[in-house]
Design a protein around this ligand. Sequence first.
Ligand SMILES: [Zn+2]
Ligand SMILES: [Zn+2]
Length: 211
Amino acid sequence: MILKTYPLGLIGTNAYLLIDDESKEAVLIDLGGDFHLIKDELEKNNAALKYILNTHGHFDHILGERDAQQYFKVPVYVHEDDKYLVENLPKQLERFGFVANTLPPEKVITFTQNDIFKIGDKEIKVIHTPGHTPGSVCFLLDKMLFSGDTLFYTSVGRTDFEGGSFAKLSDSITQKLFKLDDDTDVYPGHDSKTNIGYEKKYNCYFGANNI
Ligand SMILES: [Zn+2]
Ligand SMILES: [Zn+2]
């Protein structure tokens, strides 16, 4: 499995490109900006993009998706509880003080907890982790967790935006993510990677050493 990280868009949100080297199938997780680096990587590997998955519906994770969807002709997926955020992309931009000149992807398909996406013969599992937004999810592929804005290196996502809940975030992290194996690598929506074992100890909100 090839994994590439691209910090893109207005606030450098991580887009993750997974390419299965056997089947040459590829999956993109979040796309906050221009897709051309991703296109180059796909061509270099002779791979075909299968779909775009979203960890949640915030503007900085979806800004490049309309263009990418039109170019690659792939479906865009988001959890059913965050579909309204994707559809309200221009409103979100306005609210955060940016120019509202980007349209959302045209067709968005929803998924729920426990849905599974395939890449080659591997499975990407959906873990619903509400809190940062109602429809925030993490994607688990073997020992790689794509955590969106739920869990960061020594930190967690904000819960003061519309639809946020610190109580739900707390449950999502302690009851779901911290039950994963300690050596699960965590690839967040912003900044650098971490792993579950490290966060269980040192996370500023939920780490054992800080409580
Ligand atoms: Zn967010
Ligand atoms: Zn974000």
